[in-house]
Structures are given as structure tokens and as C-alpha cells.
Design a protein around this ligand. Structure first.
Ligand SMILES: NC(=O)c1ccc[n+]([C@@H]2O[C@H](COP(=O)([O-])OP(=O)(O)OC[C@H]3O[C@@H](n4cnc5c(N)ncnc54)[C@H](OP(=O)(O)O)[C@@H]3O)[C@@H](O)[C@H]2O)c1
Length: 218
């Protein structure tokens, strides 16, 4: 059975989830356009892959990037920078108006399982792990940035079909199965499973305006 071909604009394509995401999308016959700081990090050569060199911190022609795009996804992260400022949120504030101008509707933002949902606290055990493990790993800034993105999307982008995946990630192991969306349960999953989940989530209308976790259904 044939299916229509879509174009995915990817931010964070050289990252641990992003690389898998690009492969998953290309393998399913779609096109990928990715803004990357270091194109040489991508070892995939494919006629449907277009790499554009640039950093989200100062890339100006976002409207050009969005031309002909169906889906936009961010798997961005720069923990050092995010300790100092909400770089992702600043970028998303430029991206969303450009999406409006280019009539691109759908956006997936990958956050983390320790990122707070909008105006809610984490369950106690997760809060405790965040104040210990996450804090000592130097990742509090990353979650603060992710939370700023969620706040912006909820409060200022109701017209965009955004969705946030609060992912639990751990490493480059082989797939452990299929992740399912959940408001309360989350599994620690390898990057390949998060990438595959992101790919399916983008086409899932019921995920619009959610910021859910993902887990392996027993
Ligand atoms: N890793 C985890 O354990 C984990 C767990 C839960 C949730 N998350 C969430 O998932 C997100 C992605 O995680 P990951 O581990 O897949 O990411 P990652 O391996 O840290 O990769 C981050 C990606 O963002 C890109 N990037 C950073 N700053 C950029 C800039 N200014 N311009 C363009 N690209 C930029 C990096 O490019 P370069 O290659 O040039 O650096 C890289 O491609 C994280 O931000 C976090 O919120 C991660």
C-alpha cells in the first residue's frame, strides 16, 4: 500500500534521538530537511535528506526553512547553554510566528520526563529524583527551558497543532518495544524507541495540545 510523502523539518538532527528520527523518517519514504550546526556529524547520504548549516541561536531565514514542510520537530538540547538561558524557548518564540506565516501547523517538541507539565508539579518521587540526580547531572536548566517552551505553547500558540513528548531516555540500546502515550506512566527507553514514537506521534491528531509521557504497555 502506498502512502503520501511528507517533509519533516528537524531541529536537533545530529543528537542522540535526532539521528534515529531522521533514519526512521527516510526509511518510511519521506523527506527530511534538518538545520544542523555540524553537517559532517550526519553520516546518512540520501536523496531525500537536505542538511542546512546553522545554529538555532542566530539562524534568520526560518521562513525559507519552512517552505514545503508538513511537520516540524525539535529534539534540541545544549545543557551548558541551557544553564544560562532558555535558548530553546527563545528559538520556539521565533519559530512559531514563522510557522504561522508559512501555514505550517504541526510541531512536536521533545522535552523530558522530569519536565513539569503546565502549571502542575511532578509526582513526589520524580520531584525527588529531579532535585538530586537531575540537579547533579547539571540538567535543571534543560528542564527549565523545556518548561518555558510548554508555557509558551499553551499560552500563546493555541492555533498551532503542537505536541510535547516528555521523554524518558537512556542510551543507544536496541529497541525494547513500542512506546505508548500516557499522562502518568513513563518508561526509560532507548533513543531509537523515542524517535519511532515521535514519528508516529506527529501523525496522531489525539496528541495535539498534550505534553504526555511515554511508556511500554505490558
Ligand atoms: N538525553 C536524555 O537522557 C534525555 C532524557 C529525557 C529527555 N531529553 C530531552 O530530549 C532532548 C533531546 O535529547 P537528546 O539526548 O536526543 O539530545 P542530544 O544528543 O543532547 O542532542 C541535542 C541536539 O541539539 C542540537 N543543538 C543544540 N544546540 C543547537 C543550536 N544552537 N543550533 C542547532 N542545533 C543545536 C545538537 O547539535 P550538535 O550536534 O551540534 O551539538 C544536537 O543535534 C533534550 O533536550 C531533552 O530535553 C533527553
Amino acid at each position: 500500500m502506498t502512502h503520501s510523502t511528507h517533509t519533516y523539518l528537524v531541529f536537533g538532527g545530529t543528537g542522540r534521538t535526532g539521528r534515529h528520527f531522521i533514519s526512521v523518517v527516510l526509511n518510511d519514504g519521506h523527506k527530511v530537511k534538518a538545520l544542523v550546526r555540524q553537517p559532517e556529524k550526519i553520516d546518512i547520504h540520501h536523496p531525500n535528506l537536505e542538511l542546512v548549516k546553522g545554529s538555532v541561536t542566530d539562524y534568520e531565514p526560518i521562513d525559507d526553512l519552512l517552505k514545503g514542510v508538513d511537520f516540524v520537530i525539535s529534539m534540541l538540547g545544549d545543557a551548558q547553554m541551557q544553564k544560562l538561558q532558555t535558548v530553546n524557548a527563545l528559538f520556539v518564540r521565533k519559530l512559531i510566528p514563522a510557522m504561522r506565516r508559512q501555514s505550517v501547523k504541526r510541531f512536536l517538541y521533545q522535552a523530558g520526563g522530569f519536565t513539569r507539565p503546565y502549571k502542575k508539579e511532578l509526582p513526589f518521587m520524580n520531584w525527588l529524583l529531579k532535585q538530586t540526580l537531575v540537579r547533579f547531572s547539571g540538567l535543571l536548566g534543560q528542564h527549565r527551558d523545556n518548561e518555558a517552551v510548554i508555557n509558551y505553547l499553551v499560552e500563546e500558540a493555541p492555533d498551532i497543532e503542537w505536541m510535547v513528548h516528555r521523554a524518558g531516555l537512556y542510551g543507544d540500546d536496541p529497541s525494547k518495544g513500542i512506546l505508548t502515550r500516557s499522562k502518568t506512566k513513563f518508561s526509560i527507553a532507548p533513543f531509537i524507541d523515542c524517535a519511532t514514537y515521535n514519528y508516529h506521534l506527529l501523525s496522531d491528531n489525539s496528541a495535539i495540545h498534550t505534553y504526555d509521557l511515554s511508556y511500554y504497555q505490558p
